[in-house]
Design a binder for this molecule. Structure first.
Ligand code: FES
Length: 107
């Protein structure tokens, strides 16, 4: 579909893990798999400069590796202090085994 961006192979993201994807012209993304679902957010934590793809992924949430702020992977909401500002999340589709997003889509 027009405007879609292919990020990685779905099989490259292990359950309960995240993968950092850096593409030219875009801030890095984090691709997550939690309970069989795929999620994508901006990779940089809104509290500091931590890479969220290095955080702990469980129960549809990611815990930042630096100060343990937690975010909802579905909505991007900041759930626990010191995370206050939501992360941007993107609608995800799996096309032919590839994780795709529409980076310009409103979320
Ligand atoms: S950098 Fe993520 S909670 Fe501080």
């Amino acid at each position: 579909m027009e405007g879609e961006l292919a990020l990685c192979k779905a099989a490259d993201v292990e359950e309960g893990c995240a993968l950092r994807v850096a593409l030219d012209g875009h801030a890095p993304f984090a691709v997550y798999r939690s309970d069989g679902e795929y999620y994508v957010s901006e990779d940089t934590c809104t509290h500091g400069e931590a890479s969220l793809s290095e955080g702990v992924v469980e129960d549809g949430q990611v815990e930042c590796p630096w100060h343990s702020g937690r975010f909802c992977l579905k909505t991007g909401s900041a759930l626990t202090f010191p995370a206050i500002v939501p992360i941007r999340v993107y609608p995800v589709s799996i096309k032919d085994g590839t994780v795709c997003i529409r980076p310009e889509a409103d979320t």
